[in-house]
Design a protein around this ligand. Structure first.
Ligand code: HEC
Length: 486
């Protein structure tokens, strides 16, 4: 009599009745022969370790897929390369059993989060038709490995709620923290706080110094921060302000463990902190902070999104990142947006999609530039569209849909500049009134080309440098330019 099926069904029953508690037993039956009883890996590299394996951390779908359909080809686990084959187990194990096994695997130094039966069922359903083994790189494309923990050991983060007028660093040692939490990722981070105002954070942890020598510590923050090694201040970013004010300080350290403390204060608006160190025994520069949560983005909490209403365009007149100080922005119905700079009569930015978040501006007047709510903004020009000419902005006219026509003078020419949105971008018409026959150089973009921008004119061809030569007759002249963006 074949005992194995009996054993399997007994185990299945056990898992169900014990409500997922059978993980360790199931693991010993189905995985340990190859991966070792403690997940330490198979003898002589026959299978990679599961204990402390990044493959078993983060997104559970990666492991679920491996167990359901098997894995083959090159992979790297804990710094070692393997190129082996793991047979699929999906036909032998049901969803509850796999969930129980993987929950046990998570307890082998892999963060400990539970893997649910529903999750296994969902992955199984999604790949019902699949027969092929997974390849390592194929899995990593969809489920990248979590980053290994950062260099700060025993890291603790303390949170302090601060009064609204607190603009300078204070002695946190004299205050009582409102909250404190361990940071097992070993990196200074703002997770959970990046959208708040008026608070302080203090991180305390340890760094392992391998070799005697001089070390550089670099710090940048929005707003204030200071870094201490063994209670001695090494570097500080003082005064309210944004990221991009990095300072570096030096310290001579001896081999062994040093205490690191980073203090941070956020007044309002953006948040951000970045810290790194370099020196003896460190390859290049090692980050002490998580890059993911360092943000120059406005806090989402203040999002006041401006949108066109009905068939009317919306306008926004403010300091816009990437343009001059007298910009006029138009968001057209249909989702084309532009920024016209009245200082140089230039059409500077063009983009599709969402327009602006007015939140930070309404909150912190005069201190913050607004960012278009899009990752893909076309920067068309920075300088003058009419090189070598004097120009003056005369004002604008709005039609019944609030679409503007800009009026300005270029030398002794009178120009009416009318952008009109279409499904590709805009059609821009320049109507130029001239007192006699002449020509005018028009530079709609500053360089020869802008990636992804398709610029064409009816009747005119761009010259080598991207400019157009506009032939003018006495009286009214009209030129049309099509700006196509993706
Ligand atoms: C017959 C041997 C064998 C069995 C049984 C087996 N594995 Fe594997 N497993 C492997 C091999 C070999 C690899 C590496 C495959 C490669 O090189 O692409 C692997 C890779 C893995 C990986 C990804 C790499 C890592 O080490 O983190 C996970 C996760 C995994 N197995 C989990 C399991 C679980 C859970 C079980 C039990 C349900 C199991 N395996 C059963 C041989 C086995």
């Amino acid at each position: 009599m074949n005992l194995i099926p009996l054993l399997f069904s007994a185990l299945a029953l056990f898992t169900l009745t014990a409500n997922g508690q059978g993980g360790p037993v199931l693991y010993q039956t189905y995985c340990s022969a190859c991966h070792g009883t403690q997940g330490q890996g198979g003898a002589e590299g026959a299978a990679p370790p599961l204990a402390k394996s990044l493959w078993a951390q983060g997104d559970p779908d990666r492991m679920i897929k491996v167990v359901l359909h098997g894995l083959m080809g090159e992979i790297e686990v804990l710094g070692k390369e393997y190129n082996l084959v793991m047979p699929p187990q999906g036909a032998v194990l049901n969803d509850g059993q796999i969930a129980a096994i993987l929950t046990h695997v998570r307890s082998l130094g892999n963060g400990g989060e539970k893997v649910s039966t529903d999750r296994v069922a969902a992955v199984r359903a999604k790949y019902e038709e699949r027969e092929a083994y997974w390849k390592g790189d194929e899995l990593l494309k969809d489920h990248p490995l979590p980053s290994p923990p950062g260099p700060l050991k025993n890291l603790v983060r303390k949170f302090y709620a601060l009064p609204k007028d607190q603009r300078s660093m204070l002695d946190y040692a004299k205050l009582e923290a409102n909250a404190s939490s361990r940071q097992p990722n070993g990196l200074i981070n703002l997770e959970g706080y990046s959208e708040k105002d008026h608070f302080g954070l203090v991180w305390e942890g340890e760094l392992n110094v391998r070799r005697e020598g001089q070390f550089s510590f670099t710090l940048d923050s929005d707003d204030l921060s200071a870094l201490y090694i063994d209670d001695k201040k090494v570097v500080e970013v003082s005064g309210l302000g944004g990221m991009g004010r990095a300072k570096t300080g030096k310290a001579t350290l001896h081999p062994g463990v040093v205490k690191v403390r980073v203090e941070y204060l956020e007044f309002t608006g953006f948040t951000g902190i970045a810290a790194s160190w370099s020196g003896s025994g460190i390859r290049g520069t090692q980050s002490l902070s998580s890059t993911k949560v360092v943000s120059n983005q406005k806090p989402k909490i203040n999002l006041i999104e401006l949108k066109p209403e009905g068939n009317r365009a919306v306008h926004y007149r403010n300091f816009i990142a990437g343009t001059g100080n007298r910009s006029f922005s138009v968001g057209y119905p249909g989702g084309v947006n532009l920024v016209f700079n009245q200082e140089n009569c230039g059409l500077e930015l063009l983009w599709h999609g969402r327009f602006f978040d007015a939140g930070p501006r309404w909150k912190n007047r005069g201190t913050v530039r607004s960012f278009p709510l899009s990752a893909q903004v076309y920067h068309l020009q920075k300088g003058s569209p009419f090189p070598g000419q004097a120009f003056s902005f005369k004002g604008m006219e709005l039609d019944e849909r609030s679409y503007p026509t800009f009026h300005y003078h270029v030398g002794n020419l009178t120009v009416r500049d009318r952008p009109e949105p279409n499904d590709k971008g805009i059609v821009r018409t320049l109507s130029i009134e001239s007192e006699g026959a002449s020509e005018l150089v028009f530079a709609p973009i500053n360089s020869q080309s802008v990636r992804g921008l398709n610029l064409a004119s009816r009747g005119l061809t761009a010259r080598q440098d991207g400019t157009f030569l506009l032939p003018l007759d006495k009286g009214d002249n009209s030129f049309t330019f099509h700006y196509g963006i993706q």
